[in-house]
Design a protein. Structure first.
Length: 392
């Protein structure tokens, strides 16, 4: 039997790959997972009661695009956060943003660009769904280095015009995963100007937008509105996983131009998995409440301070601007992760597992990603252990 070869050269996904690297070795101390970005702060105490109150909704098929209550809550949050109006008709509730980041390419990527297979640009390293989305629509993923030298974001001025002319979609994550870099208003404006000039769409992954140190990261929707950009040039994605410590709720949204959202909704009618109505009720309440988000951000502020105190004098250490990952420089990420596990029991993720080789170089190879999601005392122990193991 024949199988498609479009995904045949995908590397093993990061976490099974990590298990293959580490699990045949005994940990050198009490195991502490600092790998996956799964928030461990408490989620709001009204989550359970809200589900119970709305439990009758489990007996109904969910609304595909999101309930009126949920879309209204998302619209209200966007208005408060970015001081712009986005009508519910320009929103689509998602069963986690990974679904939307994937299916937006299915719905919106053209079959060809300039008579050739379209390009889908993305930072390198990156959230791995971007590349699979590109391959699924017959596009060519093009990996743009996001390194210390480029401010951990793609250098927009280094992209050749002929590349941009073939581009259909540009994925950007800000605040970035894994480095915690924030795209400025000027950067977002420049990207949207290029999108207009070269006729491509920007998919802005803003899932870490509500975890920041000092200044709220700018949003692509607000920048686009201020410059009068065509709303069809941009689709923005966000979720409650990080903002509200609800990764298991699988509640996110996409916001874009009316035709883009119409097409995404239409595809979802056939191929989507809408969020159950009781979970939509929780999501609506979460988008409407900011108190728990402020409390959550304060917990991460203390963790930023711990990381700076423990690692601040490590050569090459770059304090993240936002998000909850540390991107720590090492000689070799795989070797460092294995050493840390075998000698200390701390699990970290080799940075190369989040990137791709381009011309024989993987920009994540000399890093490990560390998630600051454990309780503060455990996180401090883990970072101190890593410092002693990897840097002294």
């Amino acid at each position: 039997m024949d199988f498609p070869d479009r995904f045949s050269d995908l590397p093993e996904y990061a976490f099974p790959r990590l298990r293959s690297l580490l699990d045949s070795h005994k940990p050198g101390g009490a195991p502490l997972a600092m790998t996956i970005g799964e928030p461990q702060h408490p989620y709001p105490d009204w989550v359970g009661p809200t589900i119970a109150e709305a439990a009758a909704g489990f007996g109904k098929y969910p609304v595909n695009e999101g309930s009126e209550m949920l879309l209204g809550a998302i619209s209200g949050w966007i208005s408060r956060r970015y001081a712009i109006a986005v009508a519910p008709e320009r929103l689509l509730a998602l069963n986690g943003t990974r679904e939307g980041l994937y299916n937006a390419a299915m719905a919106l990527c053209p079959e060809a660009k300039g008579g050739q297979a379209p390009l889908v640009l993305m930072p390198n390293p990156f959230y791995q769904v971007y590349a699979v989305a590109a391959l699924s629509v017959g596009a060519e993923p093009r990996y743009l280095p996001a390194t210390h030298e480029t401010g951990f974001l793609p250098d927009l001025d280094a992209i050749a015009p002929e590349t941009l002319d073939r581009t259909a979609i540009f994925y950007l994550c800000s605040p970035s995963n894994p480095q915690g870099a924030v795209a400025s208003e000027a950067y977002l404006k420049r990207l949207l100007e290029l999108a207009e000039r070269h006729d491509f769409r920007v998919f802005a992954d803003e899932c870490y937008s509500e975890i920041w140190r000092e200044t709220p990261p700018p949003g692509a929707l607000a920048v686009a509105a201020a410059m009068g950009a065509d709303p069809e040039r941009l689709v923005v994605f966000n979720s409650l996983s990080k903002r509200s410590n609800l990764p298991g709720l699988r509640a996110g949204f996409a916001a874009g131009g009316p035709e883009s959202i119409r097409r995404m909704r239409q595809l979802r009618n056939y191929a989507g998995a809408p969020l159950p109505l009781p979970l939509q009720a929780v999501a609506a309440k979460a988008w409407s409440d900011e108190a728990h988000v402020i409390e959550n951000r304060a917990l991460y502020a203390a963790k930023y301070d711990i990381a700076d105190a423990v690692l601040g004098d490590v050569p090459g250490y770059a304090a993240p601007e936002a998000g909850f990952f540390l991107w720590l420089p090492v000689a070799d990420g795989e070797a460092a992760a294995l050493k840390a596990w075998r000698e200390t029991g701390v699990r970290v993720l080799p940075g190369a597992y989040l990137g791709r080789d381009v011309n024989g170089e993987n920009p994540g190879k000399g890093y490990v990603r560390v998630a600051m999601v454990a309780p503060a005392n455990e996180m401090q122990r883990g970072l101190e252990t890593l410092r002693d193991c990897l840097y002294d």
